[in-house]
Design a protein around this ligand. Structure first.
Ligand SMILES: [Zn+2]
Length: 408
């Protein structure tokens, strides 16, 4: 899923009915209560998910970056082990032009209509391979919750979102808010939130229909299903909107729920992150794994083991920063003026909203955490490995990127 933040889902404690299908699904799966994105926008986050590498290693950073051919992706490893790969994506940032078709025998980038439409493509593909043998890997990248927030009327009604002015439903308005070109009204955050919730609910219905389809075809019992988002979304918690402009928890905390045949349901508090997906899945499937920056989430941790650190990185449109979470502390290192001038330290246990900067009060912790960032290549610039050739950005791709608010 694109742009689904964890705390807007019932399974993560939200009070509104945005996710009945996911919530039911989660009762028979593994729910990672503290799951993190590796970045706050699509491309680097998905590059980490597909390679198991942190951004300084895959170097898919910046608006023009491409996931390098040399990268070894989950799809490529599965293909080499006999899995037929189908990729169906509605966000052009993970399209073929940016290197994300690697390893898929079929790959389709589609932005028309809605997430429900993807399901028809899935049905056709499953029909076509009905007689086909062997396992499959289906990567669906849905996008309804991403701006512009324009839910169908029935969902708008369900979340009392119908009163929002027409321009709230445009991506231009979100961009103008973020650039400070327009001032938000008193109720802007609340109104945009309701529209967003309605889209999350609409996306949840499509997810449920996918589960129903697997069930109807007798595929549910033998199919591992993973629900994960690429990043969250901001609603003015720290004065900003959308995503890709900060590394606060609202853009980093993502849902991660896995239903894996043979693995009993439970909720897991230990932090999980995008880089863990590849080692976890390959471990589960009994396939040899390359070295990654992640860990196998199904492997038993020894009692007394420290929880893993979480590393994130942002470099897009002039917003540059990195962060590390160790235990209760989170350090954010600004690397461009939009992100501030000095490292910020937060205690996520006592201040989950990241409102009180403790950096000047705890210089020793700041110093140790800065050293962790440096050890992971996150204290300075990360150079993109490959950048897209302008000739490959055709009018259609440009139009599709613009429709999501990505302008050059
Ligand atoms: Zn995204």
């Amino acid at each position: 899923m694109d742009t689904v933040r964890a705390d807007r889902l019932g399974v993560y404690g939200y009070g509104k009915p945005t996710s009945p299908r996911l919530d039911a699904f989660a009762t028979s799966g593994l729910v990672f209560e503290n799951a993190y994105a590796q970045s706050s926008w699509t491309r680097p986050a998905m590059a980490s998910l597909f390679t198991g590498l942190l951004p300084p290693a895959h170097r898919t950073v910046g608006r023009r970056s491409v996931l390098p051919e040399e990268a070894v992706t989950l799809a490529e490893i599965l293909a080499a082990n006999g899995y037929e790969g189908m990729g169906l994506v509605r966000n052009p940032n993970v399209g073929r032009a940016f290197g994300f078709a690697q390893g898929f025998s079929r790959f389709r980038s589609e932005d028309r209509d809605r997430d429900e439409t993807m399901l028809n493509r899935v049905r056709l593909w499953l029909d076509a391979r009905q007689s086909g043998e062997g396992p499959f890997f289906l990567y669906l990248h849905a996008i309804d919750p991403h701006g512009p927030y324009d839910p169908a009327p029935e969902f708008e009604q369900m979340f009392d979102a119908g009163d929002a002015p027409a321009h709230y439903r445009t991506v231009r308005y979100l961009l103008e808010l973020n650039r400070g070109e327009v001032e938000p009204d008193e109720g802007t955050a609340e109104a945009l939130s309701r529209l967003y919730d309605a889209e999350v609910a609409q996306n949840d219905r499509a997810f449920g229909e996918l589960l129903d389809e697997l069930e109807a075809r007798g595929l549910a019992e033998g199919t591992a299903v993973i629900y994960v988002s690429d990043h969250g979304e901001e609603f003015e918690e720290h004065g900003r909107w959308e995503h890709g402009v900060s590394l606060y928890e609202e853009v980093l905390r993502i849902p991660l729920v896995m239903r894996l045949p043979g693995v009993p349901a439970r909720r897991i508090e230990t932090p999980a992150q995008h880089v863990d997906l590849l080692p976890t899945l390959l471990g589960y499937l009994g396939i040899d794994r390359p070295a990654t920056d992640g860990r196998d989430l199904l492997a038993e941790r020894r009692r007394g083991d420290d929880p893993p650190d979480v590393y994130t990185h942002l470099d897009v449109d002039g917003h540059r920063a990195s962060s590390v979470i160790r235990g209760r502390y989170k350090l954010v290192l600004p690397q461009s003026p939009s992100q501030g001038t000095a490292p910020k330290l937060f205690d996520l246990e006592t201040d989950p909203g990241e409102l009180e900067d403790l950096a000047s009060a705890r210089p020793g912790i700041v110093e140790r955490m800065l050293a962790l960032l440096a050890d992971h290549g996150l204290a300075g610039d990360v150079e993109p490995a490959v950048e897209i050739d302008d000739a490959r950005i055709d009018e259609d791709l440009r139009r599709r990127l613009r429709a999501l608010g990505y302008v050059d």
